[in-house]
Design a binder for this molecule. Structure first.
Ligand code: FES
Ligand SMILES: [Fe+2]
Length: 321
């Protein structure tokens, strides 16, 4: 597979005013900006005139203006004004390279090449009863698959998140199930003793989760409705594969905590992710090794082994080896 035909998150929607601002995806440099109707655009960060970064420019009258000679590009990426030749009508070939862009789950998503793939569907996003909030970006000096695999891993809770998501006295991972699902893999009956599973958790409790991988670099954790009847809280992990060994991570929370401030909910996720980050960044190789013998596994790693097989079946090549 070429990952360029998939949608990838590149920035928080809210972080883009009119722009322009640069982004990086799959080793390519891009520019994001908004036109006069606030519609987002994602283009290659390169002016077709002399190769200057368009992200150095500015938005003027709903057009993106290059910083070097002031060529202006309209929302279709066509050059419509060349200040050095005011009477000149540029031909259609005077245009920037355009990517597809979409806004979803509080993020801007980009697809570098047209394809069949749709945006990864985060089901809880459609549940109007749940509160939605983005956390991140978190920059990680490792591959996107290493980040996803860490998200699926329960055996580290009692060590990396002791006193938070895990407890040194409860490190056993009870047996769980892994199946293939429509878009990836699904691990069910994942149980863990968590001292503090969320910001408002009152004391430790046994929690049960479902983990799903719904795209090569997207995973969702859904909590079983033990307490809040009728609510299915979920957290999506969205990872941007910036370079093979560099990623940017966001979480999308869909939760029932309607009282805590945005800042305190984010601070909780920041704390948890700050615990994961040094461990993930220390893993070598940074690209996830897919060979069956590359790393040693145990039965608690069923989800991660299924994830590796899934990446292999799709012939994913960015961030793996
Ligand atoms: S390089 Fe962009 S206008 Fe000349
Ligand atoms: Fe973790």
């Amino acid at each position: 597979m070429t990952e360029t035909i998939l949608w990838h998150p590149v920035a928080l929607s809210q972080s883009l005013g009119v722009g322009p601002r640069p982004f990086s995806l799959l080793g390519r440099d891009g520019v994001l900006w908004r036109d006069g109707q606030a519609q987002p655009h994602a283009w290659a960060d390169r002016c077709p005139h002399r190769g200057t970064q368009l992200s150095l420019g500015r938005v003027v009258d709903g057009r993106l203006q290059c910083a070097y000679h002031g060529w202006q590009f309209d929302s279709s990426a066509r050059c419509v004004h060349v200040p050095a030749l005011p009477g000149f009508a540029p031909p259609a070939t005077h245009c920037a390279e355009r990517f597809e862009v979409a806004e979803y789950c509080g993020l801007l998503w980009v697809r570098l090449e047209p394809g069949e793939a749709s945006l990864p569907a985060f089901e809880a996003e459609a549940d109007a009863k749940l509160r939605k909030l983005n956390c991140g970006p978190y920059e990680v000096h490792s591959s996107a698959p290493r980040v996803v695999e860490n998200f699926l891993d329960m055996a580290h809770f009692g060590f990396v998140h002791e006193g938070w998501l895990g407890d040194a006295a409860h490190t056993a991972v009870p047996a769980y199930e892994v199946q293939e699902s429509a878009n990836g893999i699904k691990a069910t009956q994942c149980r863990a003793w968590q001292p503090r599973s969320s910001l408002n958790a009152s004391g430790g409790m046994m929690v049960e989760y479902t983990y799903e991988v719904i795209a090569p670099y997207t995973a969702v954790l859904t909590k079983l409705p033990l307490e809040q009847q009728g609510y299915r809280e979920a957290i999506a992990l969205f990872v941007c594969p910036v370079e093979p060994e560099r990623s940017v991570v966001w979480f999308r929370l869909a939760v029932t905590d309607f009282t805590s401030s945005d800042a305190s909910l984010r601070a909780f996720q920041d704390t948890i992710f700050a615990q994961d980050k040094p461990v993930v960044e220390s893993q070598t190789p940074k690209c996830l090794p897919l060979g069956a013998q590359a790393e040693r596994h145990c039965a608690a790693d069923k989800a991660s082994m299924a994830y590796r097989r899934y990446l292999q079946s799709l012939a994913v090549c960015f961030g793996v080896m």
